[in-house]
Design a protein around this ligand. Structure first.
Ligand code: DX5
Ligand code: ZN
Length: 218
């Protein structure tokens, strides 16, 4: 298994064929499946409720990585855990009580992730390092696939990796990951790369062959 994991975001998949799309990306080299949950409030877009996550769960053999872009978030954590998430990531900016939110995620027995928007510094992360399995560095402003990578985040990733030291915490990059930007964040210390448009471009359920080449290229 490679050192860098690729987690395709199904936000860029065919919404009428999630089961087939999940099977296709896993068959073609995806390490995790990334599910972007948006509430039309924390971010200006709406996507998947817990029922949708539960429906796609049987079509994912490996890790279902659920990124909650919702506020408030605590009341929904149980529902996404019950829907079969393996990792539940909440945003630092989604409420005043990230410590409580991370406790709530850990309480479900799922792995806990903490996401940071591009404008958010890493200082607060220092105080919850013992509570997280993953830190997601947003390299676009969350809400939509296909946006341009924000280069100022590369230094942030490097600082975060130094802060984490040898703790077993993943650094996940989310947004604008392409063949060009992936090496920059990998060199800075990221080990999980979310990619939506870069994985699903050129493919379809009927002809999913490009996914494997797209994943391998990243
Ligand atoms: C953005 C989402 C990302 C997004 C990535 O709010 O969290 O996962 O779908 O899409 P690309 O790779 O197209 O930037
Ligand atoms: Zn995401």
């Amino acid at each position: 298994s490679r050192a860098i994991k690729i987690a395709p975001s199904i936000l860029s998949a065919d919404f009428a064929n999630f089961g087939a799309e999940c099977r296709a990306i896993e068959d073609q080299g995806a390490d995790w499946v990334h599910v972007d949950v948006m509430d039309g409030h924390f971010v200006p877009n709406l996507t998947f409720g817990p029922a949708m996550c539960a429906a796609i769960r049987p079509h994912i053999r490996g890790v279902m990585d659920v990124h909650l872009m919702i506020a408030p978030v605590d009341a929904y954590i149980e529902a996404y855990a019950a829907a079969g998430a393996d990792i539940i990531t909440a945003h630092l900016e989604a409420g005043p009580h990230i410590h409580r939110t991370l406790q709530a995620i850990r309480h479900t027995g799922k792995k806990a992730g903490l996401a940071l928007n591009p404008g958010t510094g890493i200082d607060a992360v220092a105080h919850v390092l013992d509570m997280v399995d993953l830190i997601c560095v947003m390299t676009v402003n969350p809400g939509f696939g296909g946006q341009k990578f924000i280069h100022s985040q590369v230094d942030k990733v490097r600082s975060l990796r130094a802060m984490i030291g040898d703790r077993p915490i993943h650094i996940e990059i989310d947004g604008g990951v392409t063949v060009e930007t992936a090496p920059l964040v990998a060199a800075a210390g990221a080990d999980v790369l979310v990619a939506g448009s870069a994985v699903f471009k050129g493919g379809s359920v009927g002809d999913p062959a490009p996914y494997g080449a797209n994943i391998a290229a990243i």
